[in-house]
Ligand binder design. Structure first.
Ligand SMILES: [Fe+2]
Length: 518
């Protein structure tokens, strides 16, 4: 078992933690403010040398504006979606950013009010409108969570089934893709999985109604036609944000954060319609996606999970890794007034491993690395659904650096990147004072390794791409790190400070470019 701070192999920077002063705005606040300007393929000065094999496009998604008319949106997840595009070729970088011209965005800019409820902010509606909406809900297309592809066309995705297509060169919005009726769901996840063997995209949805249900479904990588795999009725659905996938199974961590359907009739926001039920445990729900049936429910200690990291089968055992929080208070900490205040505990959980014995019906859980950690990342193409060695995540210097004070809860945002070696129990940390990383996107060295082609190739042979906020310069930078050593190779200076983003995808310019999956 790994423990926090044990055997740090590489410490490339000093570890002065940028802790905000009471009563003052934290230095990272600029990363939580709106931006209005849109840049179109602007050249970014590069310090260092970007490897020539690194040729492709990184699309990132996240909020770009946090106000509607004169009113503030309340939660970090509510901001209007703004795409970021980083084109890397021949050692150079250009950047673009563009607001998604969703129906939500158009309505907000033209009417000065929300069209649909967002995660933490409600749209103005009468009680009649709410009743009507309960029966036939209008779901937002403010798709700010991540990026996917349908065929070769990129789309912005969120936690409703509405995806928004955009041009891969200009980022211009080309239209909202509303779902067909083949899978009856109210919500789906911004973290779909890719089944490379079957060339399908697998996702989990939830249906609210007289009979609510969790719905596991898939679509071909090339098309929009969806197919339900398995449906599990549930009385009070849990809120969930991602799930785990193995070669045969899908695993969902169902927390005690449960929906009260009557709350949807109130003025409460989507997430405030859920409440933590102290009388419930968490469950790992296992679906056999090949047989198309629900397998079993494995009770575990109460916890809340945003992000699964990886899952795989080992003999008769399912191994499920995720970032787990003790409860749902992290959601409250991501309301903008909390985040901007700066005195919050750092919003990150522990790296948790569950081992499920399908034959015995038992589950074992342990913490692989104490947090705060978030935004877990793996060499997805090579090790997703497989036993694996390396995991990357955003961490915190006050918890993960050699000088870390193990007493007390780190505050402020995550300010480091951590590489976890699950085999030898070591951690490698990168950080720089005043610099706040985003999700580290792993890009395999070209030509990319695949389980079929090169099983022996090290899974950390590649780079990490992370858009970071340099608070001293009040400027965002795209940092390229060697994934093996977690040391900086190069950084590109962006023309301004972008708001912190959520997730994205890298699409390489190689022979796989015709393929829709990353
Ligand atoms: Fe996420």
């Amino acid at each position: 078992m790994l423990s926090s701070g044990r055997l740090l192999k590489l410490v490339p920077q000093s570890y002065l933690v940028s802790v905000p002063t009471v009563g003052m705005d934290p230095a990272y606040r600029v990363g939580l403010e709106s931006i209005s300007r849109e840049y179109d393929r602007v050249e970014c000065p590069v310090d260092g040398e970007i490897p020539l094999w690194l040729s492709g496009t990184l699309f990132r998604n996240g909020p770009g504006r946090f106000e509607v008319d004169d009113s503030d949106l309340t939660h970090w997840f509510d901001g209007l979606a703004m795409l970021r595009r980083f084109r890397i070729d021949d050692g150079s970088v250009t950047v673009s950013n563009r607001f998604l011209r969703s129906k939500e965005y158009t309505h907000v800019t033209e009417q000065g009010e929300l069209r649909c409820d967002q995660f933490g902010t409600t749209a103005p509606k009468s009680i009649v409108g709410r009743l009507t909406g309960l029966l036939n809900p209008e779901l937002t297309d403010n798709a700010s969570i991540s990026v996917d592809r349908i065929g070769t066309d990129p789309v912005a995705i969120t936690e409703t089934p509405n995806a928004v297509a955009f041009d891969s060169e200009t980022l211009e919005t080309t239209g909202t893709i509303s779902p067909d009726d083949s899978v009856e769901i109210t919500g789906s996840l911004g973290h779909p999985h890719y089944d490379f063997d079957h060339e399908t995209v697998v996702n989990m949805g939830v249906r609210f109604g007289r009979q609510s249900a969790y719905v596991l479904f898939e679509r071909s990588a090339e098309g929009t036609i969806r197919r339900p795999i398995s449906t599990l009725p549930v009385d009070q659905p849990a809120y969930f944000h991602s799930f785990g996938l193995t070669e045969q199974y899908a695993v969902l961590l169902e927390s005690p954060l449960r929906l009260n359907p009557l709350s949807l009739l109130s003025d409460r926001s989507f997430i405030e319609s859920y409440a933590w039920d102290d009388n419930r445990e968490s469950n790992l729900l296992v679906f056999d996606r090949l047989a198309g049936e629900f397998v079993d429910r494995f009770p575990v200690e109460p916890c809340f999970v945003f992000h699964h990291a990886n899952a795989f089968e080992r003999g008769n055992e399912l191994v499920v890794d995720c970032i787990a929080f003790a409860d749902d208070t992290v959601i409250d900490s991501l309301f903008l007034d909390q985040l901007r205040g700066g005195e919050i505990p750092a919003p990150g959980g522990d790296l948790r491993r569950y081992r499920l014995s399908l034959s015995e019906g038992t589950v074992d859980e342990n913490t692989l690395l104490s947090g705060p950690l978030e935004f877990p990342m793996i060499n997805y193409r090579q090790v997703s659904t497989q036993p694996y060695r390396y995991l990357y995540a955003a961490g915190h210097t006050a918890a993960h650096s050699p000088e870390a004070d193990q007493d007390g809860q780190p505050t402020g945002l995550l300010d480091a990147l951590v590489k976890v070696d699950l085999d030898d129990g070591t951690n490698t940390v990168w950080s720089e004072p005043g610099v706040y990383p985003s999700e580290p996107v792993f890009v395999a060295r070209d030509p990319p390794a695949t389980p079929d082609v090169d099983a022996d190739r090290p899974a950390d042979d590649g780079v990490l791409l992370s858009v970071m906020l340099d608070t001293d310069a009040e400027q965002s930078v795209l940092v390229v790190l060697d994934a093996a050593s977690v040391s900086e190779i190069a950084r590109a200076e962006l023309p301004t400070a972008f708001p912190f983003g959520f997730h994205g995808q890298w699409y390489p310019d190689d022979s796989r470019a015709h393929r829709s999956m990353p």
